[in-house]
Design a protein around this ligand. Structure first.
Ligand SMILES: Cc1cc2nc3c(=O)[nH]c(=O)nc-3n(C[C@H](O)[C@H](O)[C@H](O)COP(=O)(O)O)c2cc1C
Length: 335
């Protein structure tokens, strides 16, 4: 049964079935280190422009950096020119990640307007040329992340997954929506299941998994080999261990307490400060704090105050105070 089988992509056996999705502006080295510690079986970089790498853009090249403790890690590339994608794959290969992933799913207009991301779902010929060029250019196993088609009248997931397998792709990740759906509607489990029936390489399902129950349901209903989790991991790295336990048939571990959430949030803050310096860290952490404190008592008041703070020491003091007062019952009177 798919639920018990070890997920192996290429020659790499993963410890678990739950993968962190690539998320631009989120899945930097710090976040990846955190979720690896909390049980993600594989982490992905933010999407990286192949053009930027080939042009030697400093900021793009800097995105390739990762630490050993993040392994196994996949670096995701975006582009529409087979030669540029191949050259970019060679540059990435020097950093020796465990996988290279190709982005055939980004629906943003600034990306599809240049023929990249989900736009490739409309051009199977160009897709083939990109896949072939990249697979030829690197010894590192290559995976493909895609949506199921451009729109509901042009579903290409089966055709493209098959083609990808024939061209040497080692695993496909299917976000069960069309590009034109963006994030609306529900991800189609049916299409993920059909792709699984069509190919022999590992199929990773993706879309709307925000609980251990949904993670298990995706595996059991589609037969997919693994599940990729994006938004469900924001401020919530615990989801990976919870999903893994639930899939094994155990009760999922207790959800983290408020104290644990703020503790991790503070640890995340310190990592950001160390890596980015005060100005960037304060800004970077605002969205993360929002995610960590989502649904917590008096969270919105806390967030409003923190959004106006410019000094990290002030933010961290406020978070600690919040943690103490809530735990002792001061903020909302429970305890
Ligand atoms: C903030 C954000 C940034 C994203 N950036 C990327 C990206 O860089 N590359 C990519 O392939 N998908 C990207 N995605 C899509 C996710 O990887 C994933 O396919 C999608 O969110 C559906 O999964 P989920 O419902 O678990 O979030 C992004 C999604 C979000 C919310």
């Amino acid at each position: 049964m798919a639920a018990n089988k070890t997920l192996k992509i290429g020659d790499v056996s993963l410890q678990g079935k739950f993968l962190l999705a690539p998320m631009s502006g989120v899945t930097n080295s710090i976040f990846r280190r955190i979720v690896r510690k909390y049980g993600a079986a594989l982490v992905f970089s933010e999407v990286i422009s192949a053009e930027g790498l080939v042009r030697g853009n400093f900021r793009t090249l800097r995105m390739l950096r990762f630490r050993e403790e993040e392994r196994p890690i996949s670096i995701q590339l975006l582009g529409s020119d087979p030669q540029v994608m191949a050259q970019a794959a060679q540059i990435v290969s020097r950093f020796n990640p465990d996988f290279i992933d190709l982005n055939f799913g980004c629906p943003a207009r600034k990306v599809t307007g240049k023929g990249a991301g989900a736009s490739l779902l409309r051009d199977i010929n160009l897709s083939r040329r990109i896949i072939e060029a990249v697979v030829r250019a690197t010894p590192i196993p290559v995976t493909l992340k895609m949506r199921i088609g451009w729109d509901s009248r042009s579903i290409v997931a089966l055709q493209l997954a098959k083609l990808a397998e024939d061209c040497g792709i080692r695993g496909v990740i299917i976000h069960g929506r069309t590009a034109s759906q963006k994030f609306s509607g529900e991800a189609s489990l049916e299409m993920i299941g059909r792709v699984k029936e069509e190919v022999s390489i590992p199929v990773i399902g993706n879309g709307d998994v925000n609980s251990p129950e949904r993670a298990r349901k995706m595996i059991l209903t589609t037969g997919c080999d693994g599940v990729m989790i994006g938004r469900g991991a924001l401020g919530n790295p615990w989801i990976f261990l919870q999903a893994q336990a639930y899939l094994r048939g155990e009760e999922p571990p207790q959800p983290p307490s408020l104290k644990e959430k703020i503790k991790l949030c503070l640890a995340h803050y310190r990592m950001a400060l160390e890596e980015m310096g005060e100005f960037k860290a304060v800004r970077e952490m605002r969205k993360n704090i929002s995610w960590y404190t989502k649904g917590l008592p008096q969270g919105s008041t806390l967030r409003k105050e923190i959004y106006e703070m410019e000094r990290s020491a002030e933010v961290m003091r406020r978070l600690s105070l919040y943690q103490k007062s809530v735990v002792t019952g001061g903020v909302c009177g429970f305890g």
